[in-house]
Design a binder for this molecule. Sequence first.
Ligand SMILES: C[S@@+](CC[C@H](N)C(=O)[O-])C[C@H]1O[C@@H](n2cnc3c(N)ncnc32)[C@H](O)[C@@H]1O
Length: 493
Amino acid sequence: MNDTLAPFKTLIYEHCGLVLEGIAEARLHKALHQGAERMAVTRLSEYFQLLQRTPEEFEKLISALTVNETYFFREPDQIALFTNQLVPRLLSRQSRRPLKILSAGCSSGEEPYSLAMALDTVYGEQRRHLFQIDAGDLDRQILAKAEQGIYSPFSFRSLDAALQQRYFQPLDRSFQLIESIRNSVNFYPLNLMAELGPQGLDQYDLIFCRNVSIYFDPPTRLQLHQRFYNALNENGILLLGGSETLGNDMGVFELVEEHGHYYFIKGESYRPASSQAVSWSQSRRAPQAVEHPASVSQDSVLSPVAATPTGALNLPPLDWIRQLVQEGQTEQATRLLDRHLSEQGQPVSVGVSLLKSWLLLNSRVFAEADQLLDRVLQEDPWSVDALLLKGLNAKWQQRHEQAVEWFRKVIYVCPESWPAHYYLAEVHRLDGRDEQAIKAYQAVRRILSDDRHAPDGLLWVPLPLPRGDILFLSERHVLKLRQRLSETGEGEG
Ligand SMILES: C[S@@+](CC[C@H](N)C(=O)[O-])C[C@H]1O[C@@H](n2cnc3c(N)ncnc32)[C@H](O)[C@@H]1O
């Protein structure tokens, strides 16, 4: 299948930067077969030829390949930051009106319309001369939907009921956005990776490009940042999705932090005084902040949010590679980590070894992962990440006794490590040690119900354990295990 798909992958990548590997490959496969059927051709090679000379069909294929998932007031805290902090700051410091705002990759319009509603609630009618909101997307079909402004209840999952009532009118089983908000967004076709026409991307004060870069590879992301940099005014601001930002710190913009939110600024004048962020570009300029090859365990004490450049190798910062791991972009992450590991004469940093061993464990390459973990523990015997991965390594090989030992060590070093309590509980439950399992699940409950955002104690490994689900599962297991104990008459006394 790969050989047949390869020319299409290249064509699409070169057109708009979308990477169609991994799970996206199935989407490509389906879209191509639907396209071939639509055009009444039997072979994909014929369809490929056809695409070159039929722009309308090419548009349809692109539309089938884009992921348009979006909803109103997605990441509401970030929108509040925009309305309450960023916009007033921009308004007070620059006289040019209107402020130009772009939603790049706007999909069916929920994002730019959310910005328009948020501005309307604060500035009312004044917003018309204060702000210009543009919104662009690669997918022309989805833009047509955006312009209509008609939405199903699915788009309202994060929208306050009062706002919905104020700004929408029922229309059959859907809701239409009121005209004054619809008219305040200018939609236009935009391929972020193409040469742009006369309209171009120019003179924006603030660009939102959320949940778009996740479909691109690192070189495309870098190109995109350069394009945004040129498109922004001197002190412009770039906002990506909350989970994308740290992984996209590529040295083009300055990364800043405000009220726990990270975003990018061009120039220095809008840097919030309280910002805790250290961006890659900053740390590259400050030699003392660059990882020192002689102090191997240095990065083991850094928080994962502090950028850790990989100076000598000229590779992206480790946090960036960590983000790739977190996003499941394992091929790229593995490639970059292998480049680190193969560098002769350079000590391997703890972060590299931990991320690599996590990927190896997920591919069930246990022995190699174990070796790397042992190396980390030689450097830092108290590394919570390494101890926990040792435990998982044992657990996944059904060596439950060893796993219990490792998880206990984690808890000894870091008593609030709820993943360690959780995995410990799982092993006890699987082995029928119900009372011990209950105790460990209760520890998870205690930690997570006190603080839903409780840290997991890990510096490098992005465990895929959603806190809400883990809390729910732990509560359920405690109930079931208690019931089992009372039925068997055990556990009393
Ligand atoms: C998941 S949606 C994100 C929508 C919205 N920004 C949000 O965060 O809710 C991603 C959008 O990016 C668009 N997109 C993908 N590649 C693009 C490109 N090269 N240029 C412009 N838009 C693109 C897709 O068509 C899709 O509508």
